[in-house]
Write a new protein. Sequence first.
Length: 189
Amino acid sequence: MNKLVLFTGNQRKIAEAKVAFDEYDIAFEALSADIDEIQHHDPTEIAKAKAKAAYDVVKKPLVINDSSWSIPALGGFPGGYMKDINQWFTADDWLNLLRDKADKSIVLHERTIYYNGDEMKIFERNQSGVFVDTPRGEWHEDMERIVSIHDGKTIAEDHDDEKAGADMKHVEHWREFAEWYAAKGRLTK
């Protein structure tokens, strides 16, 4: 039986997608490979190119998820450059950039994209958050240790609480995709 490909090696994304996919009886397999990601100021263009590059590798219908951050006090930085910037900046670097800013808000942009070689469907979800004063939580990404989106906890603390499994607060974008996919009568178990 053919299965939808979830193109990621990120175990957290796999666990989160599985929650939604199981609710809609969607069969999937997680695959990953190294692909080049384009640089672009528009994160949606990066995600679309990523979906096409992933399809070129697996040659099967697939779904990808890509995230970016936008900090209003920094003119929307880092936007489409998050992946590279995140490799250089520590939690303290981010906090230092915002030290003299009154606006400590940040927006997480999630893009879930389905692509089958012909059809591309994009699901976008934005979540507003705020920077905290000091890093909290054990999760591996520094940004996630200094941004709170839910209940005053940092994203890292949410992940720690979920034991690196599916963070139930981050499943909604997967559910939106799964509902659309199941309604189209795509590949199910």
